[in-house]
Design a protein around this ligand. Structure first.
Ligand code: GRF
Length: 215
C-alpha cells in the first residue's frame, strides 16, 4: 500500500497532532505524517513530532513582510517534502486565498464546535452561553473562509449541568482525537467526493443518535 504523505501545521500543544501520529503508527493506516511545521518556536507539538521521528520545521511568521510571503514559505516546505495532504492541527494563523486554493480538496482542519455553529475562537464558552444541549467538533475541508468548507466528520457530546468551559473542552477534545484520524483516513483512501459546499463520503452510516437529556 502506498501511504499518502501528510504535512501537519501546528502552533501549540499538538494533542491532535499526537492523535494523527498514533493513527499513522499503524502500518495499515493509509497515510503517514512526513513533516510538521510550526509558526511558533519551542511548542510541545514539535517535541511530539521529534519523538515520533518526524521531520520538523519552524517558520516564525513575524519576519515575513506579508501573509502571502509566509504562506509561500510554508508551501515551499510542504512541496519540497512531497506532501499530498495538509492537516491543520491548532494552527493559529489565517491562510491566504492563494495558499488555500493550491491545496483545495487536500487540506483539512479540526474545529472544536459543531459547524456551522460557533465558528472562530472561544467555542466552548460560547456554547455554554448559548445554552446548547449538544456540542462537539468538526473536521472539514479548508476553503478561504474561516471555519467554512465541506464537512467530513462530526462528533457530538452532551453539555452537562455542571460544565464549565474546561470540562466541556476536555469532553470535546476526546472526540477530536477520534474523528481527526478518521477524517484523514477517509480522505487518504479517496472516499471523499466534493459537490459544491457538501462532501459525499463513502463510509458506513452512523452508529446511533445522541439525545440530551436522555429520553
Ligand atoms: C483544538 O481544540 C482544535 O480543535 C483547535 O485548536 C485546538 C488545538 O489543540 N483547532 P491541540 O494543539 O491539537 O492540542
Amino acid at each position: 500500500m502506498i501511504r499518502k504523505k501528510v504535512g501537519v501545521l501546528v502552533s501549540g500543544r499538538g494533542s491532535n497532532l499526537q492523535a494523527l501520529l498514533d493513527a499513522c503508527a499503524d502500518p495499515a493506516f493509509p497515510a503517514e505524517v512526513a513533516l510538521v511545521i510550526s509558526n511558533v518556536p519551542g511548542v510541545y507539538a514539535l517535541e511530539r513530532a521529534a519523538k515520533a521521528g518526524v521531520a520538523t520545521r519552524v517558520i516564525p511568521h513575524k519576519p515575513f513582510p506579508s501573509r502571502e510571503a509566509f504562506d509561500a514559505a510554508v508551501d515551499a516546505e510542504l512541496r519540497a517534502a512531497g506532501i499530498e495532504i495538509v492537516c491543520l492541527a491548532g494552527f493559529m494563523r489565517l491562510l491566504s486565498a492563494g495558499f488555500v486554493e493550491g491545496w483545495r480538496g487536500r487540506m483539512i482542519n479540526i474545529h472544536p464546535a459543531l459547524l456551522p455553529a460557533f465558528k472562530g475562537l472561544h467555542t466552548h464558552e460560547r456554547a455554554l452561553e448559548a445554552g446548547v444541549r449538544l456540542h462537539g467538533c468538526t473536521v472539514h475541508l479548508v476553503t478561504p473562509d474561516l471555519d467554512d468548507g465541506p464537512i467530513l466528520v462530526q462528533a457530538a457530546v452532551p453539555v452537562l449541568a455542571d460544565d464549565d468551559a474546561d470540562r466541556l473542552a476536555a469532553r470535546v477534545l476526546e472526540q477530536e482525537h477520534r474523528i481527526y484520524p478518521l477524517a484523514l483516513r477517509l480522505l487518504a483512501e479517496g472516499r471523499v467526493r466534493v459537490d459544491g459546499n457538501r462532501a459525499a463520503i463513502a463510509a458506513p452510516g452512523p452508529t446511533g443518535a445522541l439525545v440530551n437529556p436522555a429520553p
